[in-house]
Design a protein around this ligand. Structure first.
Ligand code: UT7
Length: 332
């Protein structure tokens, strides 16, 4: 994947953006479903049957969104063969920033030793990476930036109610990153992104507090069944939208890299696309739902183990609190 071309030399009129490197970071500590039965009234059988989750990684005190994001970003830079100093922008999606400000992206910038360019966070819950990728793609195609680190990094373990079995068993911590860089139009790259939001569904999945609310940091609240229904219908429409926009069909897709919330939703999406299970990247069994980190973590895994190869067409999609949802289609 190493690319030593000078991304900035490609004129804005003839560019697209392409994923030049991927990276992931997972906390050392693994918590199994059996471990959770000691905290809440649940069972491995229930969690496995309803979600496909077997374990999750949970962050230690030093493993913040910035720390994990920087680890994932460093891996993406190393894979791309790109020096940190040549990065123009860092966009980090998170619902669990280290601080209200500066943006966690700015903390990552400092951890990577970058002192130029710009950096900011995006808040779009589980769709955050797709949103960040879309913004980064626009910045590159418009000529504002040539190399952008796009990161999803989450420590949901800090915003879960560990007495609430309906939510605490579902999430895990981690970070994923890609280095997006300018590439000639017509070759490998991001073919399209489509973003959606509908705040009418804001109470379906939310955190009931924030740093701006004194003494109410908040924990995750979810109407699981309702979110499930919306996930299947909205993501089905989103994948059709992505394929239609590019004049492609289900048969053209080599890999589906879906948001990893629930194996039943992922299976439904795979069936909807007539994709055999071995063409769907699954990490939910080992990572649980890492929100904005789930798509880049899954992508990094499938690139690093050689499943995703140059030339492959990869469809990414996610839905989360907002509701927000969207897709990104990329040729590797
Ligand atoms: O990442 C953002 C997007 N999020 C999603 O896409 C999540 C979408 N939703 C889901 O994945 C599923 O709705 C859940 C996994 C959250 C829940 O699965 P479900 O099949 O919809 O279960 P349910 O909420 O209908 O609950 C069924 C039963 C309830 O008991 P009763 O009322 O039938 O007696 C729950 O109290 O399961 C019970 N239950 C549990 N039992 C054991 C709920 N949580 C647990 C638990 N262990 N952890």
């Amino acid at each position: 994947m190493a690319d030593t071309s000078v991304a900035g030399n490609i004129p804005a009129s003839g560019r697209r953006s392409r994923i030049a490197g991927v990276g992931g970071y997972l906390p050392e500590k693994i918590v199994t479903n059996a471990d959770l039965t000691r905290i809440v009234d649940t069972s491995d059988e229930w969690i496995t049957a309803r979600t496909g989750i077997k374990q999750r990684h949970l962050a230690g005190s030093h493993e913040t969104a910035a720390f994990m994001g920087a680890q994932a970003a460093a891996a993406a830079l190393a894979q791309a063969g790109v020096a940190a100093a040549s990065v123009d922008a860092i966009i980090l999606a998170t619902a669990t920033p280290d601080e209200a400000f500066p943006a966690t992206a700015v903390r990552v910038q400092a951890l990577l030793g970058i002192t130029t360019g710009f950096a900011f966070d995006i808040s779009a819950a589980c769709s955050g990476f797709i949103y960040a990728l879309s913004v980064a793609d626009s910045l590159i195609r418009g000529g504002t930036a040539s190399r952008v680190l796009v990161i999803g990094s989450e420590v949901y373990s800090r915003i879960l109610d560990w007495q609430d079995r309906t939510t605490c068993v579902l999430f895990g911590d981690g970070a994923g990153a890609v280095l997006l860089q300018a590439a000639p139009a017509g070759g490998a790259g991001i073919l399209s992104t489509h973003l959606h939001a509908n705040g009418a569904y804001g109470d379906m999945l939310y955190v009931d507090g924030a740093v701006g609310q004194r003494d109410r940091p908040g924990t995750v609240v979810m109407k699981g069944q309702e979110v499930f229904r919306h996930a299947v219908s909205k993501l089905s429409a989103a994948v059709d939208e992505a394929l239609e926009a590019n004049g492609l069909t289900h048969a053209d897709i080599d890999w589906l890299v879906p948001h990893q919330a629930n194996l039943r939703i992922i299976d439904a999406m795979g069936r909807r696309l007539s994709l055999p299970p071995e063409r769907v990247v699954i990490t939910v069994d080992r990572h649980a739902n890492t929100s904005a980190a789930s798509v880049p973590l899954a992508l990094a895994e499938a690139v690093n183990d050689g499943r995703i190869q140059p030339g492959h067409l990869v469809l990414m999609e996610a839905l989360g609190g907002g509701l927000t949802w969207g897709s990104a289609l990329a040729r590797f």
